[in-house]
Every structure is written in structure tokens, then in C-alpha cells.
Design a protein around this ligand. Structure first.
Ligand code: SAM
Length: 452
């Protein structure tokens, strides 16, 4: 790897005698890859470990394991069923620091493609609220797809600037994740083109942008709320430099220790020439930990407003009769909530959000389905949000069966002639999509964009 000279000099200054080990790690070690299991789905961990064999755990994430795509592929039915997410192990640490509790209102401000957002949703386990925001339109679609894959029902996916979100959600969130767009030095091994794009000037440009993002994030944090700031760069101006900016600018923000991530390296004020103690922040260096470069700082806000409106959930006056008809014939239980129609698309807004007017929304909670000629057609998202015990008809196949392969290829399947209507299809008891049974065959409704 042809490391830029200015990068080398700066890293030598930071690491001193350790520098040679650091450079050797960048040159020699393999890239660390990982999977994170989605614990909110009962039995997901056991199923994934059974399919993958023995995997080493990631020390700083209870749901994380070292594994690459040769061990578990993106074509595995468990991937489509949202049992696991491919995530670089270091990227699993920030959400672990945040101590997300059920019923929290959580914002992931820079969320695509959704590694940290789905990890936060795992902790919420269907309670509270997750707002997953991504400024880049194209990337926001990938984010929405991942939110859908995990059957997450309490998430609003937005495509907003941090400034516009801050106007809307002042003092609103209990927990905020700022996984900042950065110079990506920690990804040099994974994405070698990042080396050629790198310059010291670029790290400063990123740092200026990250100050603006941090300003918006702090505004949206309620009094007593916590915020995690993370990057995948070693550049001190983007790491301790932003932490120092936050502490200098906002007197009600304090840096918190992250006790359960003590296996990671401490942050360091010397890196930015500051007398402040940054040892509460955490760093991951590839020569010291089994992960790519990362920085994590956890803050708490003591003052500020609480901008949460405690409104009751109300059923909006949306025509949901065709849905109710489908529900009566297909589900075992009634789904209640704030339903909204966008054209022919029916959504159920997450709790805590009564209106999305004026926001650029990519996914307004749970996409229930589409009205087609007066009938209701359930969405793929609804299939993934339901469990086989919640429906009147389910066809379950082993994940490694011919039938499951055929289903994921989009083929028609034979079924019992008495089976009629919308039928959930599952792999080893994990919902994976819809089929429609009629006259002894199951018409395949696994989305075309997911077919193998
Ligand atoms: N948190 C994501 C995950 O775990 O999958 C990765 C986020 S990535 C490190 C940073 C994201 O910030 C990118 O998706 C990028 O599009 C977005 N971004 C770029 N400029 C931004 C800005 N000015 N404000 C907010 N987000 C921005």
C-alpha cells in the first residue's frame, strides 16, 4: 500500500514506537469482516451460528462475529429474512456505547446503508422510535431496503439535511448516532482508492462539515439525552478535534466514559495539542484490535429543551377498509396505529410521529401494501414484519431445501389444494416473503429485485 507521506508522518507522531506495527498491520493483515445477528428476531443467533458453524465473537459487540462472505453469503435465505447484517467489526462499537433502551427515541443522522440504524433497531426491538436519516437520495433507498429486510416497524426513513431535521426535531431524541462522513483513513485497506483521494486538506474539509453536523445533532438531543459521535478515520482533527469542538461550544455537553468498551484504545488530547483529557473516548487501531480504524466518543446533554410532544396515537381518517378485509382473511390479529395513504400506498406511521408533512420521507414507518383496483396487496415489508404465528396460512421450508431455492428464484411452487389466498413463506420459521395460493399452486410474490 502506497501510504501518503504526510499521513505517515502524522501517524508516526501519534503512535511513536508503535508506528511500525501499525504500518505492518495495514500492509499484512487481512481486512476484518463481520456479521451482526439481529437478536430481536427470536432464534436468529442460534440459526445463523448453526448455518455458519463456529464463529469468533467480536469482543465489543454481543451480537457480532468475525465472518466473511465465504462463510455466509448475501444469497442465504437468512439474509433475505433479516437474521444478519454484514458489518465491519469496528463499525459495531459505536451503537454499543450508546446504551439504547427499549422505548427510546433514537436518531441516526447519517444512516445509510443502515449498519448502525439496524443495530439500534435491534435494541429497540419494535418499541420507541427510530428516525434513520440519509442526506444522499440514492443511498437513502439502500437504507430503506435494509430497514425493510429486518422487519423494522418503528422507523421513519428520511432524506433530509441535518439542518432541516434540526428545525423539526429540536430537543426530541433520547439517543443520537452521528456516524460522520469522514476522510476514511480507517478504510484504506478495505477501499484502496481512498488512499489516492486522501490529503491532509481533505481531513480538514471533513472536520468543518462534521462540526455543522454535530451542531444539528446537539440541537435535536433532549435534556439528559446521549449522543455517540463516530468516524472511521485516524485523523485527529475529525476525531478528538470534533469532540473538543462539541465540548467547547456546548457547555451542557459532557464526555462520558464508555466503560464496557475498555478493550479499545483511549482517545488522546495530545493528538490535537489539547490539555483536555480524551481518554474516555475510544479508538480502534488495526495493530491493536481486530478491526479497521475507528473513533467513538459518547456525550450527554445536561440542559436544553425537551421538545417531545406527548400526543396520543390516533387513527387517521384514512380509508383502510380494503386492508381490513385482507387482515380478516390473512392475519390472526388486528394491527392498529396511525395509517396514512400516499397515492395507493398504505403505511403505518411509527409511534411518536403524528405527521410527516414537510419532511422528505423515504419510508413512513411500516409499508403495509398497495391498493390495486379496490383490493389490498400486502407489501414485502409487511411479510418481514409478521411472524408465521401471526398469520392464518404459512408455508415453511428448510433454508437449504429445493423449495426454498425455487421460492427465492421466483418460481411457482406446488401447494395443498385447500390452501387459498395470501400465504406467508418462511425459512426454518423465519418469514421471508409472500405467495398467493390458489388451486394447488403458490404464485410467487418474492420481490424481483431480491430474486436469486
Ligand atoms: N452509519 C452508516 C452505517 O452504519 O451504515 C454509515 C454512514 S457513512 C460513514 C456517513 C454518511 O453520511 C454517508 O451515507 C453520507 O452520505 C452521509 N453524509 C455525507 N455528507 C453529509 C452531510 N453533510 N450531512 C449528513 N450526512 C452526510
Amino acid at each position: 500500500m502506497n501510504l501518503p507521506q504526510t499521513f505517515k508522518i502524522r501517524m508516526k507522531n501519534m503512535l511513536g514506537q508503535e508506528y511500525d506495527d501499525f504500518e505492518r498491520a495495514l500492509e499484512e493483515k487481512d481486512i476484518f469482516s463481520g456479521v451482526r445477528v439481529f437478536r430481536a428476531k427470536n432464534g436468529a443467533r442460534e440459526a445463523v451460528l448453526h448455518a455458519a458453524g463456529e464463529l469468533s465473537p467480536v469482543p465489543w459487540c454481543g451480537a457480532g462475529y468475525y465472518a466473511d462472505k465465504s462463510v455466509l453469503s448475501g444469497k442465504h435465505p437468512y439474509h433475505a429474512a433479516g437474521l444478519f447484517y454484514f458489518q465491519e467489526p469496528s463499525a459495531m462499537a459505536a451503537v454499543e456505547a450508546l446504551d439504547i433502551q427499549k422505548h427510546d427515541y433514537v436518531l441516526d443522522l447519517c444512516a445509510a446503508p443502515g449498519g448502525k440504524a439496524t443495530q439500534a433497531a435491534d435494541y429497540l426491538s419494535g418499541t420507541g422510535l427510530l428516525v434513520a436519516n440519509e442526506i444522499d437520495r440514492r443511498r437513502s433507498f439502500a437504507l430503506a431496503e435494509n430497514i425493510e429486510r429486518f422487519g423494522i416497524t418503528n422507523a421513519l426513513v428520511t432524506n433530509e439535511t441535518p439542518e432541516r431535521l434540526a428545525e423539526r426535531f429540536e430537543g426530541f431524541f433520547d439517543k443520537i448516532i452521528v456516524d460522520a462522513p469522514c476522510s476514511g483513513e480507517g478504510m484504506f485497506r478495505k477501499e484502496p482508492q481512498a488512499v489516492s483521494q486522501w490529503s491532509e486538506e481533505y481531513t480538514r474539509v471533513c472536520a468543518e462539515r462534521d462540526k455543522e453536523i454535530a451542531d444539528c445533532a446537539v440541537r435535536m438531543l433532549r435534556a439528559g439525552g446521549k449522543m455517540v459521535y463516530s468516524t472511521c478515520t485516524f485523523a485527529p482533527c475529525e476525531d478528538e478535534g470534533i469532540a473538543e469542538y462539541i465540548l467547547n461550544t456546548y457547555m451542557d455537553m459532557t464526555l462520558l466514559p464508555i466503560s464496557h468498551l475498555s478493550m479499545l484504545s483511549p482517545g488522546c488530547g495530545d493528538y490535537i495539542g489539547s490539555p483536555r483529557d480524551f481518554s474516555a473516548a475510544r479508538r480502534i487501531f488495526p495493530h491493536k484490535q481486530n478491526g479497521e480504524g475507528h473513533f467513538i466518543a459518547l456525550f450527554e446533554k445536561s440542559g436544553g429543551v425537551c421538545g417531545r410532544e406527548k400526543k396520543d396515537i390516533r387513527e387517521l381518517k384514512t380509508d383502510i377498509l380494503p386492508y381490513r378485509e385482507f387482515e380478516k382473511n390473512t392475519l390472526k390479529n388486528i394491527i392498529n396505529g396511525n395509517f396514512v395513504l400516499f397515492g395507493d400506498e398504505l403505511y403505518r406511521l411509527p409511534n411518536g410521529i403524528n405527521s410527516i408533512d414537510g419532511l422528505r420521507v423515504v419510508r413512513a414507518g411500516l409499508h403495509m401494501g398497495t391498493y390495486k383496483k379496490g383490493r389490498f396487496e400486502p407489501s414485502h415489508a409487511l411479510a418481514l414484519a409478521l411472524s408465521p404465528t401471526g398469520v392464518q396460512r404459512c408455508l415453511d421450508f428448510p433454508h437449504n431445501s429445493i423449495e426454498m431455492q425455487k421460492y427465492m428464484r421466483g418460481e411457482i411452487l406446488p401447494c395443498d389444494a385447500v390452501l387459498s389466498g395470501w400465504t406467508l413463506v418462511s425459512a426454518d420459521g423465519f418469514s421471508i416473503g409472500w405467495g398467493k395460493a390458489s388451486g394447488g399452486t403458490l404464485k410467487n410474490h418474492f420481490p424481483k429485485y431480491l430474486r436469486i
